[in-house]
Design a protein around this ligand. Structure first.
Ligand SMILES: *[C@@H]1O[C@H](CO)[C@@H](O)[C@H](O)[C@H]1NC(C)=O
Ligand SMILES: *[C@@H]1O[C@H](CO)[C@@H](O)[C@H](O)[C@H]1NC(C)=O
Ligand SMILES: *[C@@H]1O[C@H](CO)[C@@H](O)[C@H](O)[C@H]1NC(C)=O
Ligand SMILES: *[C@@H]1O[C@H](CO)[C@@H](O)[C@H](O)[C@H]1NC(C)=O
Ligand SMILES: *[C@@H]1O[C@H](CO)[C@@H](O)[C@H](O)[C@H]1NC(C)=O
Length: 612
């Protein structure tokens, strides 16, 4: 039993003695091979050649790392030296009674250890390394200490991949060799215990340690990370890592998505007709969110027109800025819309939560499509059909009814906070629906309505809300008053042609006060309706948009006034015109521009942005 290795050894000595006419000597100190506590079982009967070769390479790597530490050179000077070193290595292994022919079969190509500038971004020595990677690479901080714990070893391994990635941008095709250099650098130069320290070699080189070299558990796994000379090994490791990371990321995202999905599904959707959409349904409906289908865009999202498989037309709004707004807000918005069911409020048809490997998480709200676009669009010069007086009158009453529902029929009441012409949408019969509950707030009875974050759109914001954050149902009434005036006059909330900018309320109030109320009427419908009724509508608009909260009617009172059930009080005086400079700076601070509604973009949004 003892004879066989002895015979082989003898044979080998003869074999290697012949070609060693090349008098090169090996610069590596290989004495550690005899004492290092590695687990050599894979190289003993029965031989597991794959694991054995990896172990032998790691073992040889210890010598290369020591060599790097001593000479600052990553590899060996020439092929003859490399061959000599491998022969020395083989001899050392023989003394451990490991079959010598394993070395030539594992290291078929001794040139792989020879210095060659084309291996990794031209790096051959530490000077090159520091020039390419920098003096303080992630390895220098992550791999210097005790690597015996899973965590510290993982951090070091991660740093290795980071540096390899960094290098592969310089030498794209040679990241394998660069990975190998990173390992030699980490263990030979960075780590304070050095390459012959078992735990360090176990982590960085993936060296399997013998049981006396402490806990072996988990170390085997790290083989994958190790110095795997066989190219296939390293490539495989890369692929495995990348696949693992991808899979892990996907798994985490999936768990997260399912939790969001469940919280929306469970708490919100069951009591409504709203549906849970899969992203593929929305992609199909909107022609993969093509530009052609885009019908609106604003600061908080984009709106696409879509056709569901049953032929229904829908508006799909993708919400932006999820990082700052977060999912709570998305769920809150869905929750609020799910609570409302009224013919003058735009109903939610469904929602969708998805993730995209580039864009990250995506959130969608799906509404009924409103073929006539927004009120703002209809009032604009490009408006498809000029609104008639009966249409205008009905739109005003529709909006009022929608608001009355929000204020009185839901407990606690909901304040919309963003009533404006772009948020009022028109269906095929020109019936108005209030949309966009992104800023809506459900008031809690008995609680102060002071809010710290003022949101809304400049011009439509009630002054007490803009200035002091005081939110009441009358903040919505103020915005509604502005909308009435816009509809009645065909003018925009801000007249930016004039300097200083004129607010529609100031303009209308001044004309009404001086008995020139007829000049407020839109020329297009001036002669269409009964003068008295049109006058009444304008007065209600002025009253609703009164600067002082106490003098403003509630929406219920406003409806009665519009319908002629109660008389309109005399126009009370106003303290200062709202457009007065003292108001402007604070109003501008409260301004929030460019929110998108499920339809056309407001021409206001743009003018307001430029106004800012
Ligand atoms: C390498 O060895 C060969 C013989 O095997 C010899 O001819 C050659 O000169 C040697 N080269 C160096 C650089 O030592
Ligand atoms: C050794 O590797 C070099 C390039 O690295 C290659 O050109 C040569 O063919 C290889 N030799 C053997 C025997 O695999
Ligand atoms: C460097 O390696 C390439 C291929 O990997 C080989 O063709 C070339 O001869 C090597 N250069 C030296 C100096 O060994
Ligand atoms: C990458 O290595 C190959 C041989 O392994 C070599 O031919 C090539 O020039 C190297 N590329 C760079 C950018 O270093
Ligand atoms: C490191 O290698 C570069 C070439 O890659 C060489 O110019 C430089 O002199 C070497 N430095 C040292 C200290 O060996």
């Amino acid at each position: 039993m003892n004879n066989k290795p002895m015979f082989l050894l003898l044979l080998f000595t003869i074999f290697i003695a012949t070609p060693s006419a090349s008098a090169a000597s090996c610069p590596m100190d290989l004495s550690y091979v005899e004492t290092f506590p590695w687990d050599s079982s894979s190289c003993r009967d029965p031989i597991d050649s794959q694991h054995c070769c990896q172990s032998l390479l790691s073992l040889f790597g210890i010598g290369l790392a020591k060599h790097l530490k001593e000479t600052s050179i990553f590899q060996l000077p020439d092929e003859n030296t490399s061959t000599t070193c491998l022969q020395d290595f083989q001899l050392k292994l023989s003394s451990l009674r490991i079959q010598p022919e394993l070395v030539p079969s594992c290291f078929q190509n001794s040139t792989q250890f020879v210095t060659n500038t084309s291996y990794c971004a031209g790096i051959t020595n530490l000077t090159d390394w520091r020039e390419k990677v920098g003096i303080l690479s992630p390895l220098d901080t992550a791999c210097n200490g005790d690597l015996s714990s899973e965590t510290s070893c993982g951090i070091c391994t991660d740093a290795g991949f980071k540096v390899t990635t960094q290098l592969s941008t310089i030498a794209p095709k040679n990241s394998t060799k660069c990975f190998y250099f990173s390992i030699l650098y980490a263990i030979g130069v960075v780590n304070k215990f050095g390459p012959t320290h078992p735990e360090t070699a176990g982590c960085i080189l993936g060296m399997p340690l013998s049981s006396k070299g402490s806990s072996n558990n988990g170390k085997i796994l790290k083989l994958v990370f190790g110095l795997i000379g066989a190219l296939v090994g390293v490539v495989l490791a890369f692929v495995l890592i990348i696949m693992y990371r991808k899979w892990d990321k996907m798994r985490k995202e999936n768990i997260y998505h399912r939790s969001i999905e469940n919280s929306v599904r469970d708490s919100v959707l069951p009591n409504t007709g709203a549906k849970w959409f899969h992203i593929s349904e929305l992609e199909k409906a909107t022609n993969k969110f093509s530009q052609k289908n885009m019908i609106g865009q604003g600061g908080d999202g984009v709106v696409f027109k879509g056709t569901l498989s049953d032929g229904t037309l829908v508006a799909v709004k993708e919400i932006f800025d999820l990082d700052t707004r977060g999912d709570e807000e998305f769920i809150y918005e869905v929750e609020i819309i799910s609570k409302i069911k009224h013919r003058n409020l735009l109903a939610l048809r469904g929602c969708c939560v998805a993730s995209h490997n580039v864009k990250g998480k995506r959130r969608f709200l799906v509404y009924d499509y409103m073929p006539n676009g927004s009120l703002s669009y209809q009032l604009s010069v490009n408006g498809a059909n000029k609104l008639t007086w009966p249409q205008r009158k009905n739109i005003i009453l529709d909006v009022a009814k929608g608001l009355a529902y929000l204020h009185y029929e839901i407990k606690p009441p909901i304040f919309h906070r963003d009533i404006k012409a772009t948020n009022i949408l028109l269906d095929s019969k020109m019936k108005a629906k209030v949309a966009d509950f992104g800023l809506a707030k459900q008031g809690n009875e008995g609680q102060s309505h002071l809010t710290t974050r003022v949101a809304g759109t400049y011009g439509y914001l009630a002054p007490e809300y803009a200035l002091y954050g005081q939110l009441t149902e009358k903040s919505d009434v103020y915005s509604f008053g502005i909308v009435i005036l816009e509809i009645m006059s065909g003018r925009k909330v801000l007249d930016t042609m004039n300097s200083p900018v004129v607010l529609i309320t100031d303009w209308a109030w001044t004309l009404a006060k001086t008995g020139k109320i007829h000049e407020i009427f839109d020329q297009a419908v001036k002669d269409e309706g009964p003068e008295k009724i049109m006058e009444r509508f304008v007065l209600v608009g002025i009253l609703c948009a009164h600067a002082m909260v106490a003098l403003r009617p509630t929406i219920a009172e406003a409806i009665k006034m519009l319908e002629g059930d109660i008389d309109i009080p005399n126009l009370p005086d106003r303290p200062v015109p709202l457009g007065h400079e003292s108001f402007q700076s604070s109003l501008l601070n409260g301004m929030q521009s460019g929110r998108s509604t499920p339809y056309y973009n407001s021409s206001y949004s743009t003018s307001m942005v430029s106004f800012k």
